[in-house]
Design a protein around this ligand. Structure first.
Ligand code: MN
Length: 191
């Protein structure tokens, strides 16, 4: 199968000022497109050609893992945002966040702190384990919690390409602004 890059459900300037149109143009339009193009090139004519992307991520290593996981991670990331979504978690997810992190405010602080504390490139994740407990983890480079048997709920990209055009080296500021565009209705749907 050939993977296609899904069209974003919002205009490229819809996330401003948290993420500029220029960053979406490059980050989704060029970086993410390259991962998908590489994925398609690497699976062509191999046993991976007919696997689901999630299965390729858990079954592969090296360049194939890196491109498959980056292809998945960016879709997951960009499809978490909306210009006019629910800005706080509700229901069962809210209860789980309060239970496992103390409060929504404490969760947000811990999540950004984990993103800032990740050395180099990678991703910070909120995931659920099989018992329903919530965890914040750091995934270097193309890291993805699917490889640890977790269910990913939310991720922030901490590669410099995600924020350098808008925030230069200020990663903490870049991550904190993402709370303005996370749509918690989408995150709750993954819980
Ligand atoms: Mn990225």
């Amino acid at each position: 199968m050939t993977y296609e890059q899904p069209q974003l459900p919002y205009e490229h300037d819809a996330l401003e000022p948290a993420i500029s149109k220029e960053t979406v143009d490059y980050h989704y339009g060029k970086h993410e497109k390259a991962y998908i193009d590489n994925l398609n090139r690497l699976i062509k004519g191999t046993e991976y050609e007919d696997e689901e992307l999630e299965d390729i991520i858990t079954h592969s290593s090296g360049a194939l893992f890196n491109n498959a996981s980056q292809a998945w991670n960016h879709i997951f990331y960009f499809f978490t945002f909306s210009p006019d979504g629910r800005r706080e978690p509700t229901g069962q997810l809210r209860k789980a966040i309060d239970r496992d992190f103390g409060s929504f405010e404490k969760f947000k602080e811990a999540f950004v702190e984990a993103g800032v504390g990740l050395f180099g490139s990678g991703w910070v994740w909120l995931s659920r384990d099989e018992k329903g407990k919530l965890l914040i983890t750091q995934g270097p480079n193309a890291g993805n919690p699917l490889t640890d048997g977790l269910t990913p709920l939310l991720t922030f990209d901490v590669w410099e390409h995600a924020y350098y055009l808008d925030y230069k080296n200020r990663r903490a500021d870049a991550l904190a602004r993402l709370w303005d565009i996370v749509d918690w209705e989408i995150v709750e749907g993954r819980f």
